[in-house]
Write a protein that binds this ligand. Structure first.
Ligand SMILES: Cc1ncc(C[n+]2csc(CCOP(=O)(O)OP(=O)(O)O)c2C)c(N)n1
Ligand SMILES: [Mg+2]
Length: 822
């Protein structure tokens, strides 16, 4: 809601028509003769060569999958192989003009794109650079294997390296580009500009937007190509990615040379099918996919359908579209028409399409047609083309032979190191900034109005006379988060933040108030209401090397970014074989007062997914220290914040929240009150419920409860909790999450396992009801109350003399509730 842009009813209420321009469809019409002036003969032959390599590579995989044999080499590959036989021209055409600074993202069917982009990069890199890239990768293991007995030139060696790295990845070998942890659908190799390929249909649709943002925000050269299938046009992340990538603000509000569109091409590899669903005529309504561009923005996304069966048509389109991106008029939508001759996977019986249809496309096969054109135009002889084919078959046979030899190409040795994958789940680095340069800010930090206001705040909840400080004067939890974030914005030039209402509004809960004054648009901006793309773009930004904070306004909206949070963010570091890091913090606000769809604590859902660090602070001191750590790290962190306690002051850390920078290590729970009769382990805002409970236990029964604030869920150091249980013999755990499947249940189970001998009673979890969250007026019947914890202690752990429980925690009641599913 930038005040600079007035929305005038006098203009907006005028009648008018929306005019759509023309979207070109297959307009390329040059002959190869005409193209001779644009390409050397070598270049034209290289296009053929690259297509043949892809065809042979995929044919080999098809043979291995269907017959367990290729050219006399037998092998069983149990994993996936989504082949792109038929689509070679679209891949080679796409990659031909791209340099190594241009990044491609892909899908489950991206072997061809990997090879095409790799071959294009090899052609553009000098021998020295190529050798350096190869010898640096994974300590040179992949290179050493292909170098053995090889006596050609560096470029040829690099082709061996590319084919071997890709195939070894597909066959889960340690020499694979991602140590065998990515596999067929997730293989990539960033030194050649090949970024993650994604097994989730449309997964690259928003991640690639983040990569384009990374390039734009950090002034990096190159463009980004998002290669996705035609059926992915039905996927949320693709639509959200398109919305995110086409926001007006890039052209209206971003300043100076940041003004202008994203350097991004959404390239739909339109093979007309999504598995067995026919996108034109059955499962979608667009008829011609490029039509979609018309509705997105006035530029109609410069959309175009191109003939992906003709590599020269694709190259022509890329040359023209790259120019559009250089002029900052992107993004672009390309509908690259192609056809998958092979099945969706080798087990596909093609029951959804006719033999005649497949034959018709085979008759127009791009490699044969293009080869014939080369011959008839006198660019190449049939013999020379045939020798490319026979050379390629020999090369692929050799690569298959060394890849399938367990001695030459072993898998990651999980026998000798059973934790080898575990060690790759996190990058665990500590980096003040992701790049060395001055951060762009609008004013010195001391001049920031919020920073000035905070200077006058009291950083402990009581004053020197022990009186409670008024809310207006109090340094609150939201201030702790703000201090950590603004500090990092002035340290790390790559740091950018986005989400809904993040800029002028200051975030829905005023955590960012004051940041607008500090930061130019390109470092802090409002996003569309696209939770998937908010997170997806952060993932792309992070994997390219930038640090980013994305915000989800309510925890309940995490479902909208489900794939990004559960499938993408946690996995790319380890699926890359630890070659990329993911300095991404997702702030998630946990609500109350707004009923069933705005008040859920879903921290357990996030904690369940391997590869995420999960934080949930409850005090201003912890919030600042933990946010500092999250922003100093290189791992994805989901940072939960409870709306109930944004305004609390610091009650525990004396003399108050330090003004200077400090870190609190993720994973250490904190003992907030010492006691030896019972341990209360709390998470998030229930720390304050625990405090009230402890006060009651002390006042009424003279018991001293030890209160431990978990602070983080993953990682988590159980040692202090076990030490406490050794002392108290009793533990009750509480959080605002519905108790069934909550993280406190997980903790209770682990504590039972680790400290069984010290326990006098079972660990008991007091969470919220397994209901919808009712209206604010009824919330005390839903969220755990001090009285509930007393009831549970009384009935399950130790009788509290004279206590009359309100709630029934008996075994019978628990069995009944579980049986009823509530
Ligand atoms: C979110 C999701 N839904 C379904 C699938 C199963 N699936 C794998 S590929 C595919 C079809 C994708 O079609 P398209 O995007 O056109 O790519 P193509 O396979 O044609 O290359 C489907 C449904 C998946 N991997 N991810
Ligand atoms: Mg398709």
């Amino acid at each position: 809601m930038p005040k600079t842009q007035n929305i005038d009813p006098k203009i907006l209420r005028l009648p008018q028509f929306i005019e759509f321009g023309k979207i070109p469809v297959n307009q390329y019409n040059r002959t190869i003769e005409e193209e001779k002036k644009n390409f050397s003969a070598d270049d034209l032959i290289r296009i053929y060569h690259d297509m043949v390599i892809i065809r042979e590579f995929e044919t080999m995989l098809n043979d291995i999958k269907t017959k367990n044999e290729y050219n006399g080499i037998t092998y069983n590959h149990p994993g996936p192989a989504h082949l792109s036989i038929g689509q070679e021209a679209s891949a080679v055409g796409m990659a031909y003009t791209l340099g190594i600074d241009d990044f491609i993202f892909g899908s489950h069917r991206s072997h061809g794109e990997i090879l095409a982009k790799g071959l294009s990069a090899i052609n553009k890199l000098g021998d020295k650079d190529l050798y350096k890239i190869m010898s640096n990768y994974h300590g040179g293991g992949t290179l050493k294997t292909v170098e053995k007995g090889f006596d050609g030139d560096t470029r040829e060696l690099a082709i061996h390296f590319l084919l071997y790295g890709a195939l070894a990845e597909i066959f889960a070998r340690e020499n694979g580009f991602n140590k065998g942890l990515g596999g067929s659908m997730h293989a990539f190799f960033t030194p050649f500009g090949i970024y993650p390929n994604n097994a989730i249909v449309g997964g690259s649709g928003d991640i690639s937007v983040g990569a384009a943002l990374y390039k734009k925000i950090n002034r990096k050269p190159g463009i980004v190509v998002c290669n996705i299938g035609d059926a992915s046009m039905g996927c949320g992340p693709v639509w959200e990615g398109i919305c995110f990538a086409t926001m007006d603000q890039y052209k209206t509000l971003w300043e100076g040379d940041y003004k202008g569109g994203l350097p991004l091409i959404f390239n739909f590899m339109n093979n007309l099918y999504g598995m067995g669903g026919q996108t034109m005529g059955e499962t979608m309504g667009y008829d011609i996919l490029a039509r979609i561009g018309a509705g997105v923005n006035p530029e109609m996304m410069h959309a175009e359908r191109i003939d992906g069966y003709n590599p020269l048509a694709v190259i022509d389109a890329y040359k023209r579209k790259k120019k559009i991106l250089e002029e900052k008029k992107g993004p672009v939508l390309l509908d690259t028409l192609t056809y998958r001759i092979s099945g969706h996977s080798p087990s596909d019986a093609s029951s959804y399409r006719s033999k005649e249809e497949i034959e018709a496309w085979q008759n127009e096969d791009s490699i044969i047609t293009y080869g014939n054109n080369l011959v008839t135009s006198g660019i190449a002889s049939q013999d020379s083309l045939d020798s490319i084919k026979s050379y390629t078959a020999k090369l692929i046979t050799h690569i298959l032979q060394i890849t399938t030899d367990d001695k030459i190409s072993p898998q990651l040795d999980l026998n000798s190191d059973p934790d080898a994958i575990g060690k790759m789940m996190f990058s665990n680095r500590s980096e003040e900034k992701m790049e060395e340069r001055e951060p762009e800010v609008l004013i010195p930090m001391e001049e920031n109005p919020r920073v000035k206001a905070i200077k006058n705040k009291v950083r402990f909840y009581t004053d020197s006379e022990g009186k409670h400080v008024s809310k207006a004067r109090l340094f609150q939890l939201r201030d702790g988060i703000f201090e950590a974030i603004i500090d990092r914005f002035y340290k790390d030039p790559t740091l950018a933040a986005w989400g809904e209402e993040n800029r002028d509004w200051g975030g829905a809960f005023a955590v960012y108030r004051g940041l607008t004054e500090a930061l130019p648009y390109h470092r802090l901006f409002n996003s569309p209401i696209s939770e998937g793309a908010i997170v997806g773009a952060a993932i792309g930004y992070g994997m390219c090397g930038g640090r980013v904070i994305a915000e989800i306004m309510y925890c309940d909206f995490l479902g909208r970014s489900g794939d990004e949070v559960f499938n993408q963010l946690p996995k790319w570091q380890s699926m890359s074989g630890n070659t990329i890091s993911m300095p991404v913090v997702i702030r998630v606000s946990v609500g109350s007062k707004y009923g069933a769809q705005h008040s859920q604590d879903w921290s357990a859902l996030a904690a369940h997914i391997p590869g995420l660090k999960i934080v949930f602070p409850a005090t201003p001191y912890d919030a600042k220290g933990l946010m500092n750590s999250a922003l100093q790290g290189t791992d994805p962190v989901i940072f939960f914040e409870s709306q109930r306690i944004y305004d609390v002051g610091e009650m525990f850390h004396k003399p108050g929240v330090p003004e200077e920078y400090y870190e609190i290590q993720l994973g250490d729970p904190d003992i907030k009150r010492i006691g030896d009769d019972i341990t209360i382990l709390s998470l998030g805002a229930t720390l304050y419920t625990a405090i009230k409970t402890a006060d009651l236990l002390n006042q009424k029964w003279g018991l001293n409860a030890e209160i431990i604030d978990a602070r983080t869920l993953v990682p988590f150091n159980y040692q202090p909790v076990i030490e406490s249980v050794k002392k108290t013999g009793r533990i009750v755990l509480t959080s605002d999450a519905s108790s069934r499947g909550s993280f406190m249940k997980e903790m209770a189970q682990t504590i039972t396992e680790l400290a069984f001998d010290y326990l006098d009673a079972p660990p008991v979890v007091v969470g919220s009801r397994n209901w919808i969250t009712p209206a604010y007026e009824m919330e005390e019947y839903f969220f755990p109350q001090p009285g509930w914890i007393l009831d549970a202690i009384h009935q399950k752990i130790m009788p509290l003399n004279g206590h009359v429980p309100h709630n029934d925690y008996s075994t019978d009641k628990m069995i009944k509730l579980n049986r009823e599913g509530v």
